[in-house]
Design a protein around this ligand. Structure first.
Ligand code: ADP
Length: 527
């Protein structure tokens, strides 16, 4: 064990050295530092087991010497050497970190060796303690970090729990509003779970009745029970992934019959058996009732429409005959008794004939309108260009009289009744020529472009145009924007166009700028 004796008095050093070495089998080895600086140099150069430190050195005095050494070599044990009457400084040295102190002059062999061993051992324990303390501190810090992490996890967990509670609440509310309940069945455990809405739909007290398949089946209308049971069983046996079925349930609370729509999905293990079935039942009673009401309403509407159609047809057909008589006899009267009648009477007869002829035109158009029926048409692949050419041929005279120019581009094959399509073209072209500003030559252009899944036709003119507020009104029967003195007409032409186009599953509308012209558009399905 290497002992560095820091002692400026050579005699004292010699004494100590002898005392240390004299014991039998002494394990001590000594070295001397005569001042603090040489001692520190020594400690720098080689390791020492213990330092015997005199506190009265030439370059350092008193307790400061201990501090200096401790600061530089905190791991080297120190035994302080004090004077006879200076035990107090020994105690202070202990407080500063020295392991022991010895009074010079009282140094005896065994006590010196013991003190040195004790100092070394104490220092070792101190070092161990420091190390353990550091370990403990590190462990504590780790623990604190862990605790913080734990706290964060807990916070996250409680936030997730809050969110879960909120979304469960929202889901329950949504199911309640939509009258849509959900269930889950695990065949392995025979466990069934129902959402609150299932209890409500079945009219069972919430969570009081057991959620079992048998209980559910009990709520199904006896006439539908087998079908409902078979829907589940068969889909499982056939290896299907899902099924849908509608059936009735009888509410346990009121006995009311409710219609439900059930959808179920099976989740299977790789080998095939169903491990879980998840389903939803939707109370569609109101929807079914609405559908039935709507069907009955449509039925009634169709009936009265048919009646109206028949009535319009019969009326217009039967009115023609007496009207023809009125006109013919008025004309006969005027011709035969012209000489006996005064001028006013002749004028009145003229009014009768004119009114009668107008009524004839109205009846003719009305008859045409009432003849446009779905079952009266044969919709088939039709060359719209050929139909248009024929229409223009029929209108040749009228077109020629006005000097109108009519142009058209390539036109497609469409699904249409050729006669009715001809009627559409003819009504629109007649209007395009008729509603022309004075002193203007009518110019009509017919074209078709692809519009999604349909063909969109356009009949464009350079006529008087239509104000936007009338865009819808003009398609209503008998709706005209002009008097018969301004422009001849009955107000039925566009109503016929719309009726035909809609019966073909298309749409028709107008785009127009007053004073510039109009474009009447309609769509038809491609052939
Ligand atoms: P009618 O031509 O016998 O009056 P329609 O049903 O064919 O009946 O037309 C309804 C109204 O729409 C017409 O009175 C006219 O005011 C307006 N209209 C129709 N086509 C055109 C057009 N090409 N340009 C301007 N106005 C039009």
């Amino acid at each position: 064990m290497k002992v560095l004796v820091v002692e400026d008095n050579p005699a004292d050093y010699e004494l100590i050295r002898e005392v240390l070495l004299e014991g039998p089998g002494s394990s001590f080895e000594t070295a001397n530092g005569s001042d603090l600086a040489s001692a520190l140099t020594h400690l720098d150069a080689e390791e020492c087991s213990v330092l015997l430190l005199d506190l009265g050195l030439p370059d350092s005095q008193g307790i400061e010497t201990v501090r200096t050494v401790r600061a530089r070599f905190p791991g080297v044990p120190i035994v302080v050497l004090t004077g006879l009457d200076d035990e107090e400084i020994g105690v202070r040295a202990l407080q500063e970190g020295a392991q022991d102190y010895l009074v010079k002059g009282e140094i005896a062999g065994p006590s010196l060796a013991r003190s040195i061993r004790y100092a070394v051992e104490r220092s070792r324990i101190d070092q161990e303690l420091i190390r353990k303390n550091a370990e403990l501190e590190a462990a504590y810090e780790g623990l604190a970090a862990h605790e913080e992490e734990l706290r964060q996890n807990l916070d996250e967990l409680s936030r997730a729990e809050r969110e879960l509670r909120m979304s469960t609440h929202l889901l329950t509310k949504a199911q309640e509003i939509a009258h849509l309940g959900s269930w889950e069945y695990t065949p392995a455990t025979n466990r069934v779970v129902w959402s609150d809405e299932v209890y409500r739909i079945l009219g069972l007290p919430l969570h009081e009745s057991p959620a079992t398949f048998a209980e559910f089946l009990e709520s199904v209308h006896p006439d539908d029970r087998e079908a409902m049971n078979a829907a589940y069983r068969d889909s499982v046996e056939r290896g299907e992934d899902r099924y849908e079925i509608e059936y009735r349930v009888v509410r346990a609370s009121t006995g009311a019959i409710r219609h439900v729509h059930e959808k179920c999905e099976h989740f299977r293990a790789a080998a095939g058996p169903v491990v879980r079935s998840v389903g939803m039942i939707h109370d569609v009673t109101e929807r079914k009732q609405d559908e039935a009401d709507l069907r009955a309403y449509a039925e009634r509407l169709k009936g009265s429409n048919d009646d109206l159609q028949r009535f319009a047809y019969v009326c217009s057909h039967d009115l023609q005959e007496p009207l023809r008589s009125i006109i013919s006899f008025s004309q006969l009267l005027e011709r035969r008794y012209r000489t006996q009648l005064d001028g006013e009477a002749g004028e009145y007869i003229g009014f009768i004939v004119e009114g009668g002829q107008r009524m004839q035109a109205l009846i003719r158009d009305l008859l045409q309108f009432s003849r446009v029926t779905a079952h009266g048409s044969t919709i088939r692949p039709t060359d719209s260009a050929a139909v248009l050419t024929e229409v223009l041929g029929d209108m040749r005279l009228a077109i020629g009289e006005t000097g109108a120019s009519v142009e058209y581009g390539p036109l497609p094959m469409v699904m249409a009744d050729p006669t009715q399509l001809g009627q559409v073209f003819s009504n629109l072209i007649a209007n395009a020529i008729k509603y022309c500003a004075p002193e203007t030559t009518p110019m009509v252009r017919i074209a078709a472009v692809e519009d999604g899944p349909s063909w969109s036709f356009a009949v464009e003119d350079n006529g008087i145009g239509i104000a936007p507020e009338y865009f819808d009104r003009i398609f209503v029967i008998f709706q005209r924007l002009h008097t018969k003195d301004e422009y001849e007409g009955t107000g039925i032409g566009l109503a016929i166009v719309r009726k035909i186009v809609e019966q073909h599953g298309g749409r028709c509308w107008v785009e127009s700028t007053p004073g510039v012209g109009s474009a009447f558009r309609f769509t038809l399905k491609p052939a």
